[in-house]
Design a protein around this ligand. Sequence first.
Ligand code: PLP
Length: 363
Amino acid sequence: MSRPTTATIHTDALRHNLGQVRARAPGSRVMAVVKADGYGHGLERVARALGGADAFGVAALSDAERLRAAGISQPILLLSGFNEASDIPRLRKLHVDSVVHHPSQLQMLEQAGAGEPLRCWLKVDTGMHRLGFAPEAVRDAHARLTAMPGVVGEVRLLNHFASSDEFLGSAGDGRQTREQIRIFNEVTAGLPCERSLANSAAILGWPDAHADWVRAGGALYGMSVVEGKTGADFGLRPAMTFATRLLAVNHIRKGERIGYGATWETPDDMPVGVAAIGYGDGYPRAAPAGTPILVNGQRTQVIGRVSMDLMTIDLRNIAGARVGDPVLLWGPELPVEVIASAAGTIGYELTCSITRRVRFVER
Ligand SMILES: *Cc1c(COP(=O)(O)O)cnc(C)c1O
């Protein structure tokens, strides 16, 4: 038998979530962010399912190439921009738009000269201090871009939020986001072009920032980045079920220790399940004993250390568990955010970390 570990991608959930994003931001066009292989869900699969999106956002030119090769014809934006001069003709050939966030890119574009026109999105650093032109440099960069013969039409403007997951009903007071919106509006006032500010959290919590385009990533996959909340709390549906089966059910005596490092001691004579899943599949090794898991649809806990290919499960409250029974790591019945929180990370990192040996299924 082949390894029974699968990631099932729910394309209907992807479409439902796109509908939810549209309903939240009715005046905006939606860029579906599909970087990192569609947050681990599969780039082409996600793009096909989200054919109703107005554009796609990627972080690597190679991903844009894959989308075009798959016949995706919507606009595509390279979110982190080109980083060498030879990227520019590739972008032009593929009709892929680029973010411009740094003076070095202005120079490369000026040297590249005319050619098939390239659409540029100028990134403003309003306080995240990762990529973007400082507020005082934006007008000059905008003027330089607009003057270039090789840049098509109007230059668009974008911003990225650092803390947009802080909004009413969540932790934090949202001060940084309010300030980022204020700076963006001030710096770009009067520039006649389209604007994009909002990621998923801002789509959910900051209607003032919806503007012409929203850029939705996590929300499309049904995930929340708001502390203590899951996608379902916002009407979103998880787009992935990560599942496997029991390879063994063993009866272990009280006082024995389970797994690497002998970290978990059996408090009773008890059945212990061994499932075909580990960090070699992308389940986080950092998930401690006590992390929830479903066997036959019933909730129980991970025990001992997660190893590369296997993990051990408490079967005391799972009556009649047998070899071959289904084990659910995360999915609609057990939000990935819950597992992420136990492992000290966010759901995005978990879905992005699923490895190549896992079989992907679409349903
Ligand atoms: C990843 C990314 C997004 C999407 O963020 P989510 O929180 O997943 O919605 C939007 N914009 C940029 C520039 C990004 O890099």
